[in-house]
Design a protein. Structure first.
Length: 286
C-alpha cells in the first residue's frame, strides 16, 4: 500500500461529515474503477507478442483475447483486478510443451481491452463466450478476482476438467472490506459502499454476497481443484484458502507458499510447477 490510499481515505472521511452523498459516490467510483492499467512487463513481452489475438464484445466493451496454440485442449487463464493476461507468460511455454493451448483475455477496463471497469458478471460472460469458441476447457487457472469469476462461471454451466486457483477469495465481502480497510473508511462510508454495491453495481442480483461466495453449494463445482495461496498474501488472508479447502474437502488440494505476497505469486516457478503438475494430461498408453 502506498501513502496515497490513507490520504484519499482521510479526505473521504472528512468529506463524509458535511457531504455524505458526495463522499459515498466518490468512494464507490474508486471501488468500481481500476486506478491503473497493468502494463506488459519486460519479462512477459516475448510471450505476449507470440499470441494470436482477436476481440469479442461484452456489454458494449471490446475484449482483447489471446491464444497460444491451435485451439485444442484449451487451458483458460483468468487474471485478477488491475492485472492482465500477460501475467501468465511464465505458464505459456510449459503449457505448449504439454500439448495444451493457452487461452486468456484482458477484462474490460484492463490491459488492451476497452471500457473503464468490469464486474464478475462480465467475466462470467467472457468465459462463457470463450467456452463456446473452444469447447470444454482442459483446465481453468484463475487469480484473485478471476477465481471468484471462475467459480461463478462453473456454476453457470461452463465445463472444465480441472480448476487451479491462486490467491482466491472465498467471501465476496472481502473485496469491499479490503477496499475499506486500505482507505481506512469510517463506518458510515463502509455501509454506504455496501449498499451501492448491492443496489447499483449488482442491481440485477438479489444477494451478491451469497451468489458470489466461492463455497456456496460446493456440489455445484464438480471438478478437482488445486488451491494455491501464499501465507504472506497482504491482500487476501490465507484464511480464505483454508475456508475453500474446508468447504471442498478431498476435492481440493491446498498448496501454501511463503514470501511471495499477492502479486508475485503468479510468476514464481514453484507455483507454475505446482499448477502444471496438477493439470498435466495423463500419459497415453500405447
Amino acid at each position: 500500500m502506498s501513502r496515497v490510499e490513507p490520504l484519499v481515505g482521510s479526505v473521504l472521511n472528512t468529506l463524509a461529515g458535511p457531504a455524505p452523498q458526495v463522499a459515498g459516490r466518490a468512494a464507490y467510483a474508486l471501488f468500481c474503477y481500476p486506478l491503473r492499467r497493468g502494463a506488459v512487463l519486460p519479462r512477459e513481452r516475448a510471450v505476449h507478442e507470440q499470441a494470436v489475438t482477436d476481440e469479442l464484445v461484452v456489454a458494449g466493451k471490446r475484449v482483447r483475447c489471446y491464444r497460444w496454440g491451435p485451439g485444442e485442449r484449451p487451458v483458460l487463464m483468468v487474471h485478477g483486478w488491475q492485472s492482465r493476461a500477460s501475467r501468465y507468460a511464465g505458464f505459456v511455454p510449459r503449457l505448449r510443451a504439454l500439448g495444451l493451448t493457452a487461452v486468456s483475455f484482458d477484462a474490460p477496463g484492463h490491459g488492451s481491452s476497452s471500457g473503464r471497469s468490469t464486474t464478475v458478471l462480465e467475466y462470467r460472460r467472457i468465459i462463457a463466450e470463450l467456452q463456446a469458441r473452444y469447447g470444454t476447457f482442459h483446465a481453468v487457472m484463475a487469480h484473485s478476482l478471476g477465481a471468484t469469476s471462475a467459480f461463478l462461471a462453473l456454476r453457470a454451466g461452463v465445463r472444465a476438467e480441472r480448476l487451479v486457483t491462486v490467491s482466491a477469495v472465498k467471501d465476496f465481502d472481502h473485496f469491499a472490506d479490503e477496499f475499506s480497510r486500505i482507505l481506512a473508511l469510517g463506518p458510515g462510508l463502509r455501509r454506504d459502499l455496501r449498499e451501492r454495491i448491492e443496489h447499483r453495481l449488482f442491481a440485477e442480483v438479489s444477494d451478491p454476497w451469497e451468489l458470489f461466495d466461492a463455497t456456496r453449494n460446493p456440489a455445484e463445482i464438480g471438478v478437482p481443484m488445486r488451491v494455491i495461496h501464499d501465507v504472506d498474501d497482504e491482500m487476501v488472508p490465507v484464511a480464505q484458502a483454508h475456508a475453500l479447502k474446508a468447504a471442498y474437502g478431498d476435492q481440493a488440494d491446498l498448496v501454501l507458499t511463503r514470501g511471495l505476497g499477492h502479486r508475485k505469486v503468479l510468476g514464481e516457478p514453484a507455483v507454475i510447477e505446482s499448477a502444471l503438475e496438477f493439470i498435466a494430461p495423463a500419459p497415453v498408453d500405447h
